[in-house]
Write a protein that binds this ligand. Structure first.
Ligand code: GTQ
Length: 349
């Protein structure tokens, strides 16, 4: 809105004051903030050091059990979104700890979750009674409304990064959640069953065991042992993309689309010495360093990258990565949700 003469301004202010008790407000004062010419996320670029964050998580482990907490998680809260339990405008992230012998009890909720394993080996998430036994840098999904409990039968702590669409579901006021009456949902099939059926670009044809999993979401475990060699194979056969390096998206084999309705996830490999060209996209993204060293530059701010560092890159901020050694990153965002709404945009310089 252009500047207004004082007299007009004071009469308008009088009108606003009288409108306010009727819960009416003037669009013209806020139009350009509401219908912004380009995205202007309140989220800010931020990085969490794993070892520092882990110290607090382990202290929580001394003070509250997984069962008491239901989920013992330290939330990674974006400094630009205080009090919102959000790492980007649409996504939530947290570090979850399961100590030896603990069970995080079975529940289900409308929200979709992913787990990206950061420490420990041999604990499992059970989804509708099927265990996914977790190893470092495995990706494990909990699609919406599926029963899940987490257990650690090993003698070492198990820690993973949770990524959920909590702010998205909150935006739509569509949250539902239920607890299962027992600690664990009854085991229904052997561990790894769905990976064997749907994880090799194959699927059962028919028969009584063909449809154990929901048709739209048959696979929920994407092991590091499979995705890491896939990145090397891609690097050996394809040119390096100037904006992404060598990048592969995790797919839902049911439809060839993103892993879950609201969350997309990918991995990328940047060869040693490689620097990406600047790129921005409307999907605020959470990155996790899997291996290597280098740096991220987000809107001109340099963030050193070391293993297990977690970085939030908000919507439409210019992102560049530089690899000092071969650098492997995992990333997740709301890209698939934005695509469904015809909102997604990217800009590669
Ligand atoms: O493991 O089910 O970080 O329900 C937040 C909410 C994890 C879970 C979180 C959850 C979970």
């Amino acid at each position: 809105m252009s500047a207004l003469p004082n007299d007009q301004r004071s009469q308008l202010e009088q009108l606003y004051a009288e409108m306010e008790p009727a819960h009416l407000t003037p669009l013209w004062e806020v139009l350009h903030a509401l219908v912004a010419p380009t995205p202007n996320s309140p989220a800010i670029a931020h990085a969490w050091d794993y070892d520092d964050s882990r110290t607090y998580l382990m202290r929580a482990g001394d003070l509250i059990s997984a069962e008491q907490a239901e989920r013992r998680v330290v939330i990674l809260e974006n400094p630009g979104l205080p009090g919102q339990s959000a790492i980007t405008t649409s996504l939530y992230a947290g570090l979850q700890l399961i100590l030896p012998g603990e069970v995080a009890p079975a529940h289900r909720h409308a929200q979709c979750a992913l787990r990206f394993v950061l420490e420990g080996e041999g604990a499992y998430t059970a989804i509708d009674g099927e265990k996914a036994i977790m190893r470092p840098f495995d990706l494990v999904l909990t699609p919406g409304w599926q029963w899940h409990d987490h257990s650690n039968p090993t003698d070492k702590p198990m820690i993973w990064l949770d990524g959920l669409d909590i702010p998205t579901v909150r935006h739509f006021d569509a949250s539902f959640a239920e607890k299962w009456p027992e600690k664990q949902y009854p085991e229904s099939v052997p561990p790894g069953d769905s990976l064997a059926r749907y994880g090799r670009n194959l699927r059962p044809i028919s028969g009584s065991t063909a449809d154990r999993r929901p048709k739209h979401q048959p696979l929920f475990h994407y092991p590091y042992a499979e995705w890491r060699p896939a990145l090397d194979a891609l690097a050996a056969s394809a040119e390096t993309d100037p904006h992404l390096g060598h990048a592969l998206e995790f797919l839902n084999p049911a439809d060839g689309g993103a892993i879950m309705p609201t969350i997309s996830a990918h991995v990328r490999l940047l060869p040693a010495g490689f620097a990406t060209r600047p790129r921005r996209s409307t999907d605020g993204t959470v990155f996790v360093v899997v291996e290597g060293a280098g740096s991220a530059m987000i809107d001109g701010v340099t963030i050193p990258l070391t293993p297990r560092k977690i970085v939030a890159a908000p919507s439409w901020r210019s992102v560049e990565f530089k690899a000092d050694t071969p650098l492997v990153l995992f990333g997740f965002s709301d890209k698939t949700a934005q695509e469904k709404l015809h909102l997604y945009k990217e800009d590669c310089a």
